[in-house]
Design a protein. Structure first.
Length: 282
């Protein structure tokens, strides 16, 4: 796996040109990993080591722009009937908050079962996860797609004052000088240490190819039995178009504080192998 991915990343280097000036507000480096400024701090990251884990917690862990919101929605639809049948108007950010970012202070008092999202590398995850008490769903995505998606996403974030162009960002991405650092280190770190955790690995491409089978696989992992109709509802509400139109799932609550809509939108395409249509993307 490592050799195949390394070859992919090496192929991407052919796109690198002359770097532009670095952005004025860079992600900060802490314990070997880069984090977004403003919405997190070294003190908060350090506090997560002792974060109390519950047996029925479900953690969603990804490298940024790997289908995080998608799996966040799928898990919420499976676990919470009110989300599935539309009787509860709760956004994904509140339904499945981030461990290292905005809503961490509220997590200890939340009722079970909790769904918690994170971009942390394996070595910074709460120590309680290593006793396999909680479940982890890890989604990974083709690094070429991750690169293109993150390039557009970081341009619209208000917490990053980035002015860099495509070539300069690609150089930083390949060097791991972006939030969550190097893609390969993040994915390989979690995969290599999978024996330490109760973890299910899913690929973004697998989910795109057969969403229903992926939903059933997640249901089995979480120990949830849904009826055929309920599975159909999950699949229908987890499509890109459905999520983009749903105010609970499209992250519009981030506008305008964290996302500058004049520069782009949160939900762009949700496609695979975006590198092959790069001219269209730019």
């Amino acid at each position: 796996m490592a050799r195949r991915v390394a070859n992919l990343l090496f192929a991407m280097e052919t796109f690198v040109g002359e770097a532009m000036e670095p952005s004025r507000k860079e992600p900060y480096l802490h314990k070997g990993c880069y984090f977004l400024p403003v919405v997190s701090s070294p003190e908060k990251i350090d506090s997560l080591e002792s974060f109390e884990i519950r047996d029925d917690d479900t953690f969603i862990i990804t490298y940024p722009k790997s289908g995080t919101v998608w799996i966040q929605n799928i898990v919420s639809l499976i676990l919470y009937e009110g989300h599935r049948d539309g009787t509860e108007n709760i956004t994904l950010l509140k339904r499945a908050p981030w461990l290292e970012y905005n809503n961490y202070a509220d997590l200890p008092s939340r009722p079970s079962p909790r769904v918690i999202c994170s971009h942390l590398p394996y070595y910074l995850a709460p120590k309680g996860l290593q006793n396999k008490r909680a479940k982890i769903i890890y989604v990974f995505r083709n690094p070429k797609d991750v690169f293109v998606s993150s390039y557009h996403f970081y341009k619209i974030l208000t917490t990053l004052e980035t002015t860099e162009e495509f070539d300069a960002y690609l150089e930083k991405f390949l060097a791991g000088k972006v939030p969550s650092s190097l893609w390969l280190d993040h994915v390989e770190g979690w995969y290599t240490h999978k024996g330490d955790f109760n973890i299910l690995f899913l690929s973004y491409e697998e989910m795109k190819k057969d969403l229903r089978s992926s939903v059933l696989k997640i249901c089995h992992f979480l120990g949830r039995e849904l009826t055929e109709k309920e599975v159909d509802d999950v699949v229908d509400k987890a499509t890109f178009d459905s999520m983009k139109a749903d105010s609970r799932t499209n992250y519009t609550s981030l506008y305008p504080i964290f996302i500058d809509s004049s520069k782009g939108i949160f939900f762009r395409k949700g496609k695979s192998i975006e590198m092959y249509t790069l001219g269209e993307c730019l």
